[in-house]
Design a protein around this ligand. Structure first.
Ligand SMILES: NC(=O)c1ccc[n+]([C@@H]2O[C@H](COP(=O)([O-])OP(=O)(O)OC[C@H]3O[C@@H](n4cnc5c(N)ncnc54)[C@H](OP(=O)(O)O)[C@@H]3O)[C@@H](O)[C@H]2O)c1
Length: 220
């Protein structure tokens, strides 16, 4: 059993979970992240998915074309005891391929602004005029739709927005034993005022370092 299954969360909670190279890049040489952390990272990645009520991702990550419908290994699915959490895709532009399996098979939820016009087959939670009001979107997702425990898998732009809005409770960073160098380097967060976090748990598995930080944000 993965230690993350023992770190309890209570009430509305937003966990950001990402993998990074030792030199701080969240992308590998393919501009994706699968080749960073290996099996140990993938295990934690799936565990975090199994624990969540909803899995948020930014539209930029969806546009890589690498994300499919959420599927859990049998053992995790059995421990979860309910269907996998839906993906929750955040986009203001709606520049997305709504005919891709992610949308036709996976039935994700789209978080967008009130004036956006997504296709009728997509489940939508809208918040904000012209732009997505993330605090309101979270309030709706967690309060009205029951997705209390949210996991945000990135990417950096969405994670930065959520951190800037003070919405993140927990940051889980899996540090891969890899140096990526500057050619393929993507920072985990963009422009953000300084934050000091509290280290809550740390462990290592297969050379990957797992760090769990709490932001200590005031709870609503
Ligand atoms: N290492 C990891 O754990 C990890 C995890 C995920 C992704 N990645 C990598 O990260 C890269 C993608 O990251 P990214 O930063 O370019 O994109 P991203 O964060 O996945 O998505 C950015 C998009 O999300 C929407 N968005 C973000 N903040 C918003 C806000 N406040 N209001 C409304 N919409 C908002 C916008 O969509 P629209 O443009 O549609 O309006 C924005 O362009 C990929 O290379 C991927 O491989 C790494």
């Amino acid at each position: 059993m993965d230690p993350y299954e023992e770190y309890g969360v209570s009430g509305p909670w937003l966990r950001v979970g990402m993998v990074a190279s030792l030199d701080g890049s969240v992308t590998d040489e393919e501009r994706w992240s699968d080749r960073l952390g290996g099996r140990a990272d993938q295990r934690v990645f799936r565990t975090l998915r199994a624990l969540a009520d909803g899995i948020m991702v930014g539209a930029g990550t969806v546009r890589t074309g690498r994300l499919g419908p959420v599927r859990l290994p049998a053992e995790l699915a059995a421990r979860r005891g309910r269907p996998p959490a839906p993906l929750i895709v955040v986009s203001r532009s709606l520049d997305l391929d709504f005919s891709a399996p992610l949308f036709t098979e996976g039935r994700p939820i789209l978080v967008t602004s009130d004036d956006a016009r997504p296709p009728a087959h997509v489940r939508v939670v809208s918040a904000g005029e012209g732009d997505v009001d993330l605090p309101l979107a979270l309030h709706r997702l967690q309060g009205e739709h029951g997705f209390q425990h949210l996991l945000c898998e990135g990417g950096p732009a969405l994670a930065t927005s959520l951190l800037a809005d003070g919405l993140v409770d927990e940051l889980c960073v899996n540090i891969a034993p890899t140096l990526i160098g500057t050619r393929h380097h993507t920072r985990m967060v963009g422009d953000l005022a300084r934050r000091d976090l509290a280290l809550d748990a740390v462990y290592a598995d297969e050379d990957v370092l797992f760090l769990r930080y709490l932001t200590g944000r005031p709870r609503p």
